[in-house]
Ligand binder design. Structure first.
Ligand SMILES: [Cu+2]
Length: 85
């Protein structure tokens, strides 16, 4: 895969779309400082804004966590995994 795009739609609150390196596991509450060296993509989306995140898919096999870095958002369900095989 050459790249991927995810659309983030209007929201009344800010979001921070993050893609982490394979094998890095996030346990809420999110601590960005603890994983700053493992961030492959970090895209802020201001409240009321829309954004499209375009990135080159990682080639490192494994599970890459995709989360929102805003406090409380992982707990609200803004977390997924990108699996590279
Ligand atoms: Cu969010």
């Amino acid at each position: 895969m050459q790249g991927s795009a995810f659309a983030l739609f209007d929201s009344s609150v800010k979001h921070e779309w993050l893609l982490l390196d394979a094998g890095v596991t996030i346990t809420p509450p999110f601590d960005e400082e603890a994983v700053k060296d493992s961030l492959l993509v970090d895209q802020d989306v201001d409240a009321g804004a829309s954004a499209t995140v375009v990135f080159t898919a990682p080639t490192k096999p494994g599970e890459h966590e995709v989360v929102c870095g805003v406090a409380g958002h992982i707990e609200a369900g803004m977390a997924a995994k990108l699996i590279v095989q």
